[in-house]
Write a protein that binds this ligand. Structure first.
Ligand SMILES: [Zn+2]
Length: 202
């Protein structure tokens, strides 16, 4: 329905892909739920709150622009800066300069998939880790949507650390602990080492 409101065209294939990704990119049920909210446009952004209560402002408290989901998660200037910082940290961890190839439909659907440029040198495990880390970053951005403060990198890394506490046993129960280690080894080494401070300061 929001597709009609925004005069956008999303193919059935893209919808199916987004819905599938929303349920499979993370085991953490909180991250699954937030992706469903983004897809169905039920996350409580200023514009949505204003629809249910006209006395509530529909603008972004940080800059005064209309507080749509796309604005809160992508277009707001501070959020653009946070995305750059997040990508810098992930590039530092993986040793590969990560640039995203943001498509029209990706931006509209707000669910991550297939946004690595074809020339991207990340291996499959590092791509999975990067997608998860970006998903967590987006979740943190949604959390600060109605706050004057911008999401911090420290809070993002702390959220990731907490999420991995839930992901690890889920992999183990499925007999896939080796897969967990392949995906998260470099990130966990980064968190444990002094490099974390270095990456956050650069
Ligand atoms: Zn704003």
């Amino acid at each position: 329905m929001w597709c009609e409101r925004s005069n956008s065209v999303i193919s059935v294939e893209d919808w199916q892909k987004a819905c599938l990704k929303a349920q499979t990119q993370a085991i953490n049920s909180h991250l699954k739920l937030i992706q469903c909210k983004w897809l169905t446009r039920t996350d409580l952004t200023p514009t949505l709150l204003n629809k249910s209560d006209p006395d509530t402002s529909d603008v972004c408290v940080k800059c005064g622009a209309k507080g749509t989901l796309i604005h809160c998660l992508w277009k707001h200037p501070q959020i653009q800066t946070v995305w750059t910082e997040v990508l810098n940290v992930l590039s530092f961890i993986t040793g590969v300069k990560i640039k995203l190839c943001i498509t029209h439909n990706y931006t509209l659907l707000c669910v991550s998939w297939d946004f690595f440029p074809v020339e991207c040198k990340l291996n499959t495990e590092n791509k999975k880790m990067t997608v998860y880390c970006l998903l967590q970053a987006k979740h943190n951005m949604a959390d600060t949507c109605k706050s004057i403060s911008r999401p911090s990198l420290q809070a993002w890394l702390a959220s990731l650390s907490n999420s991995l506490v839930l992901e690890k046993p889920a992999f183990m129960i499925r007999g896939k602990y080796s897969t967990f280690k392949k995906i998260w080894k470099i990130f966990l080494l980064f968190l444990e080492g002094e490099n974390a401070t270095e990456a956050l300061l650069t």
